[in-house]
Design a protein around this ligand. Structure first.
Ligand code: SAM
Length: 213
């Protein structure tokens, strides 16, 4: 399988043609081998334009959605990021390329362990992973310049709004089980400004400040 060719096609047809413009984001997508993050039997579809199952009833998101969320974070390279929902670790790896430090939380232990193995193989020393309820955030490491939630919640988890730095940005799918609005949250003068981006469908954010089990 010529993964490099498939990756180039993904960047051109799924990202550039859909107006992803941040060159650093495009470079990260061109570099990271997405097929490493998907189960063996699905590698043939690793660069396809849809989400894929990764086990434990969870998914790796569609490449375009990963790119869009990343672009909205507006990363320059110096940021400390909190990610909720490590999943396969693909979005984490993209963030690790574009920011200074990534703190990522996953509630499913098997997924977290698999992701850690790939981070070790790829040599990411700026990623720290924790198995926990991400709706509680990572208090010891707060505040964060950016927060990204890759699972759907009916509300913005309160601890995460508190752990977002003044002037910081958060992106998350806000809404009920089967359809949500991808929403950019900006913290200015202690107030949260919400901007809807587009409709989306994510698996639920299960936790104390998200959805019940
Ligand atoms: N960004 C991931 C990727 O690139 O593969 C996809 C994430 S998947 C759509 C959502 C993940 O959020 C799942 O792995 C799920 O187990 C996790 N999750 C759901 N609720 C969570 C919570 N409260 N804390 C941490 N992780 C959570």
């Amino acid at each position: 399988m010529d993964y490099a060719a498939l990756r180039k096609k993904m960047v051109e047809e799924q990202l550039i043609l859909r107006q992803i413009k941040d060159q650093r984001v495009l470079e990260a997508f061109s570099k990271i081998e997405r097929h490493r993050f998907v189960p063996e039997e699905l590698k043939i579809n690793a660069y396809a334009d849809f989400p894929l199952p990764i086990g434990e009833w969870q998914t790796i998101s569609q490449p375009y959605i990963v790119a869009l969320m990343t672009e909205y974070l507006g990363l320059g390279g110096s940021e400390k990021i909190l990610e909720i929902g490590t999943g396969s670790g693909y979005q984490t790896a993209i963030l690790a390329e574009l920011a200074k430090e990534v703190y990522t939380i996953e509630r499913v232990e098997t997924l977290a362990k698999k992701a850690q193995t790939i981070f070790d193989e790829l040599g990411y020393t700026n990623v720290k992973i924790k198995i926990s309820d991400g709706t509680l955030g990572w208090q010891e490491e707060a505040p964060f310049d950016r927060i990204i939630i890759t699972a759907a919640s009916p509300r913005i988890p309160l601890p995460l709004t508190e752990q977002l730095r003044e002037g910081g940005k958060m992106i998350l799918p806000l809404g009920e089980s089967f359809s949500q609005i991808l929403t950019l949250v900006e913290k200015k003068n202690g107030e949260l400004k919400l901007t809807p981006v587009c409709g989306c469908v994510f698996v639920p954010l299960i936790g104390k400040y998200g959805c019940p089990k």
